[in-house]
Design a protein around this ligand. Structure first.
Ligand code: FAD
Length: 422
């Protein structure tokens, strides 16, 4: 059989270097400066044993240590002038251009660095505050978020409100200058380590479900909050249940208008989809090719076929992400629905998990070591993206609605929340 040699190419400057496109001198200069800074502050990626690749930390202390390391890297990038590049300087950013952010991300993808879950919360809450926050809120919350002096978790899902998020029931009752919160949230990533949470609460049960929700910022050390980690089948406790028992939160912490938090939530969900969809940065296919070579199966025709598909999927997603991010960062309307990229990533991840196990075979389940830890993470984690940030099915429904297809049948949209059967 004729076999093309497989080359491991960790992603670097996809458009400009590997395809021989000449970039403007200003861009080239910025790229070289970013690369030099990364070389001085980080190590190049090598494979499955990288810090940025190994995400399964079954020991709670190891999970917190990983989170602390992500915070430290976030702080380093802020100090180096490479965090939140396009945000205003007053808000903790660099006041830079979209092409600078793209170039930095291209260069950083070759290095063993990650700010992990912080990148997700910063993208979600950062976008919401920049669109809906008062100037005072932006000045108060954005700079410490960029420096990782304050970390955040998302307090949206509830036992009875995941896909139907607008049906949420966690209660907020006004008492003068405070809201008193009672109820439960669930699946809250890293809530056990976060300093603050951004939360959706039911502030008006008499209004239709989308019109009685408020978006509020909550200090996780407030009396009355209990965080209970949820242990997954692989032993990791990434998620939590969070209980609220008479938790007082200042009304000043509301972002946007009281009872109009659904519009802020939509901004967060859109930013979350875009973030997840454009975050496939580590060229997972390159890690798999490296794994296949080391495990001696890189000439297995079935494995090669799966690896080729993984490379194609990576490249398609990378290029679509680049088109979307370039447009958004330069203030143009999104040329692609961000939810489509998230769907593409979700399907890619399922393929990567299956390929990792095809490479490892039964040893992936019984061996103890970095290769099997990586393969198990890919196997078990392959549905994360299909559920987190909204399931594939709900994503398709939303895309359909935005394309003008009729809504799903259900209770009339103006039914008061308290009268909806549940
Ligand atoms: C990795 C990960 C991280 C997460 N992090 C957070 C977090 O930090 N904060 C937070 O608040 N939440 C978080 N979540 C929760 C996540 O948002 C919910 O799991 C998700 O919205 C689905 O809700 P659910 O689990 O209640 O499932 P359900 O809504 O009960 O759905 C169950 C099944 O029914 C299907 N379904 C439901 N409604 C429809 C419909 N109308 N049409 C077709 N199919 C439908 C779904 O697609 C799914 O397959 C996270 C989840 C994951 C996996």
């Amino acid at each position: 059989m004729w076999l093309v040699p497989i080359e491991v190419t960790f992603y670097r400057g996809v458009m400009s270097e590997s395809q021989g496109v000449t970039e403007p001198a200003e861009h080239r200069e910025y790229r070289l400066a970013a690369r030099a800074w990364l070389e001085a502050n980080a190590e190049l990626k090598t494979g499955v044993d990288d810090w940025s690749t190994q995400k399964t930390h079954v020991d709670p202390e190891a999970l917190v240590a990983y989170f602390e390391r992500c915070k430290a890297w976030q702080k380093t990038t802020a100090e180096g002038g490479y965090a939140s590049i396009t945000w205003d300087k007053a808000h903790g950013g660099q006041g830079g251009e979209s092409w600078q952010a793209s170039i930095y991300n291209e260069e950083a993808a070759a290095f063993d660095v990650t700010n992990g879950f912080l990148a997700a919360t910063n993208a979600m809450l950062g976008t919401a505050l920049r669109f809906h926050g008062t100037e005072d809120q932006k000045l108060t919350y954005l700079p410490p978020m960029v420096r990782a002096d304050q970390t955040w978790c998302q307090l949206f899902s509830e036992p009875g409100a995941g896909s139907d998020l607008a049906g949420l029931g966690c209660r907020a009752e006004r008492d003068g200058d405070i809201f008193r919160l009672n109820g439960q949230k669930v699946w809250n990533s890293m809530a056990q380590a976060a300093d603050w949470g951004f939360m959706l609460v039911r502030s008006n049960p008499d209004a239709p479900k989308h019109k009685g929700i408020t978006f509020i910022l909550v200090d996780m050390s407030s009396p009355g909050i209990e965080v209970r980690p949820l242990v997954q089948p692989n032993g990791q406790a990434h998620f939590n249940e969070v209980f609220f028992d008479d938790v007082d939160v200042p009304v000043a912490n509301v972002v946007g208008e009281i009872d109009a938090g659904w519009s802020v939530a939509k901004t967060v969900l859109m930013a979350e989809s875009q973030f997840i969809g454009t975050s496939g940065g580590r060229e997972a296919s390159a890690v798999l090719i490296d794994l296949a070579q080391r495990r001696g199966v890189s000439d297995d025709p079935v494995v090669r076929q799966q690896l080729a598909q993984a490379v194609i999927n990576d490249r398609i997603l990378r290029l679509l992400s680049q088109v979307l991010m370039d447009a958004l960062r330069s203030g143009k309307p999104a040329p692609i629905d961000g939810a489509l990229l998230k769907l593409k990533l979700a399907y890619n991840r399922v393929g990567l998990g299956n390929t990792a196990m095809a490479i490892m075979g039964p040893e992936g389940l019984v061996e103890v070591g970095p290769d099997s830890t990586f393969a198990m993470e890919e196997l078990i984690g392959r549905f994360h993206v299909s559920i987190g940030g909204g399931t594939n099915e709900v994503g398709k429904n939303n895309i359909g609605h935005r394309m003008g297809l009729p809504r799903e049948p259900g209770v009339a949209i103006d039914t008061p929340w308290k009268d909806i059967p549940r």
